[in-house]
Design a protein around this ligand. Structure first.
Ligand code: PEP
Ligand code: MG
Length: 589
């Protein structure tokens, strides 16, 4: 009899998933350890060499498929890194060395790679931590091949499963075959973690921050992920399962209704129009955004172009990638954010040394600071590419982590120099490209009016604005209970930023996760924000919610809410407003 349990976590992607648990272990899988006598060592060497070859062939085969499909170019960089590790003579000689000493092949792999990983661990370095993940994944592949398991545990599982892990790394999520993933459960992570954003973009139910998940859940346990209420049911009894299956059916009906309403305009009952844009990371997200009726791309995060690779993208590659997104959006406007690396978005291309990563990365060399101080040339190349693509569609530049006017002025001067250089090179570009500033640092919100004087639009990044206003690391689950976008202080800063934009006649949008939450989308609309940008999967729900609302009532409620003394009071008012407007459907909001 399996143990029945109910575990609570943070709901980050709605829906109900029912299926068997598949635990994705960090580190190496268990492997048999035994000694090989000298007369069998040659056979063992051959076994190891064959596994190495098989692993290389698998990587090559995935590489070919990804190249043909052209949907996930980012995956190619990870695959290249894995190929380089597999081809490295140190790996070959290191593991063979152990076999020659009498270790069986699996043990030799575990022993050699554990030593390598231990060295990386000691260094406690952002660049090497990422490298360690690559080595672990290569090690898993090698072991699975030696053990006759075939593909590695993240990339392949024949039947649909619910994945359970401490946290998924960006490379894990790129390597997964999404069609066989029913749901995600992680032990770590918060509302804006990588798993959360990925699950939402794929519309796969997910609950994160489930304490003890990887210890308390066993391989094959029956799970029900309730991404609506943030609950995880482990081995539920028949009655509970029947209730949850019914909830799942109701959710599907609700979801279908949502998708059907994608063709209707995003407007309140009394006709107030709101621009609903999409946040994207990959070109494939743009295709999805189009299908879900996005008015444009409000935030294209370009960090991916610099992650999981060993060389920098040159200007031509950037132009090609941006062009793909612009053309996928069929001449709708696309706002491209310049690289926002640093903080939780560390990349081995730049952060080769701990000193680069900084003592406290979220407060250090990140976003625009990093572009202006550390990597000016890389930034300049990106600006040139953006200006060039601007001549082929409606493209806007968005600048991350701006904390004050001088940073903006420095960027604007750089943009002028980029234009001059493009003229010298005889290349087409958009001379009037709109430039906007993110408002995600409290100082930017407080100085929004001064910033608005220099730019064409403002975009409020509530993920970071919440983190910096409340001094709560957005990735640290131990303080996740304090991460409250509905905190009166955050709302007041949003109101100040909006007033700053309005004073200068500059449009203000919101592109943090708040925009994709029905309660906050309604509040922001009531506050006077007419442009929201969100994960594509959230577009149908936000459209349907706003279509049930009355704008004059929203503005009234917003006034009350902004006077709220505590987050609890704010959330209570918003929940009540939504319950009244959405009736039966409320439980899925
Ligand atoms: C934000 O901070 O709200 C934002 C949209 O940027 P990111 O989540 O990429 O930091
Ligand atoms: Mg941000």
């Amino acid at each position: 009899m399996k143990t029945m349990m109910e575990l609570a976590g943070i709901p980050v992607s709605p829906g109900i998933a029912i299926g068997p648990a598949h635990l994705v272990a960090r580190g190496m899988p268990d492997a048999p350890h035994y000694c090989v006598t000298s007369d069998h060592r040659e056979e063992e060497e051959v076994r190891l060499l064959l596994a190495l070859e098989q692993s290389q062939q698998q990587i090559q085969a995935i590489h070919q498929t990804v190249t043909q499909q052209q949907t996930n170019p980012e995956l190619l960089y990870i695959l290249d890194a894995h190929r380089l590790i597999l081809e490295d003579s140190m790996l070959r000689e290191g593991t063979l060395g152990y076999v020659r000493k009498g270790f069986n092949a699996e043990w030799a792999v575990v022993r050699y790679l554990s030593e390598v990983i231990a060295v990386f661990q000691q260094m406690d370095d952002a660049y090497l931590r990422e490298k360690r993940t690559d080595i672990e994944q290569v090690g898993k592949r090698l072991l699975n091949n030696l053990l006759g398991h075939g593909e590695d545990s993240v990339a392949g599982f024949p039947s649909p499963v619910i994945l359970v892990s401490e946290e998924f790394t960006p490379s894990d999520t790129l390597l997964m075959k999404h069609e066989t993933v029913l749901g995600f459960v992680t032990q770590r992570g918060g509302r804006t973690s990588h798993t959360a954003i990925l699950a939402k973009s794929l519309s796969i139910p997910a609950v994160v921050g489930v304490r003890g998940a990887t210890v308390r859940i066993e391989q094959g346990d029956q799970l029900v992920v309730d991404g609506v209420n943030g609950l995880l049911h482990v081995n539920p009894d028949r009655e509970t399962l029947a209730q949850l299956t019914h909830k799942q059916e109701r959710y599907h009906t609700f979801r279908n209704r949502l998708l059907e309403s994608s063709i209707h305009p995003a407007a309140t009952q009394d006709g107030h129009q709101i621009l609903l844009n999409a946040n994207i990371e990959l070109c494939s997200d743009a295709v999805r955004a189009q299908k879900l009726g996005a008015a444009g791309v409000g935030l294209y995060r370009t960090e991916h172009l610099y992650m999981n690779r060993v060389t920098l993208p040159d200007e031509e590659e950037l132009v090609r990638t941006f062009r793909q997104v612009v053309s996928a959006m069929n001449s709708l406007p696309v706002t491209i954010r310049t690289m926002d690396v640093g903080g939780e978005k560390q990349t081995k291309l730049f952060f080769k040394h701990r000193s680069h990563a900084g003592v406290n990365p979220a407060l250090g060399m990140q976003g625009i600071r990093f572009c202006l101080r550390s990597e000016r040339q890389v930034f300049f190349t990106q600006i040139r590419a953006l200006l060039r693509v601007g001549s082929e569609g409606t493209v806007r530049i968005l600048l991350p982590m701006i904390s004050g006017v001088p940073e903006l002025e420095e960027v604007l001067q750089m943009v002028e120099r980029a234009k001059e250089s493009l003229i010298r090179d005889g290349l087409n570009f958009d001379p009037d490209m709109a430039i906007g500033s993110m408002v995600e640092v409290p100082s930017a919100a407080l100085c929004a009016e001064q910033l608005a004087e220099k730019v064409d639009f403002l975009s409020i990044g509530t993920n970071d604005l919440t983190q910096y206003t409340l001094a709560v690391d957005r990735l640290d689950e131990s303080v996740a209970y304090l991460y409250e976008p509905g905190h009166p202080a955050v709302l007041r800063l949003i109101a100040i930023a909006l007033a700053g934009g309005v004073a200068k006649g500059v449009p203000v949008s919101v592109c943090g996760e708040m925009a994709g939450d029905p309660k906050f989308a309604a509040l922001l609309t009531g506050m006077g924000i007419d442009e929201l940008s969100m994960t594509p999967g959230c577009l149908p729900l936000i459209r349907r919610t706003l279509r049930k609302m009355d704008y004059s009532q929203l503005t009234e409620t917003a006034k009350y809410v902004l006077n709220g003394q505590t987050t609890q009071e704010v959330m209570g008012l918003l929940e009540e407003m939504l319950r009244q407007a959405c009736g039966d459907e409320y439980i899925f909001h």
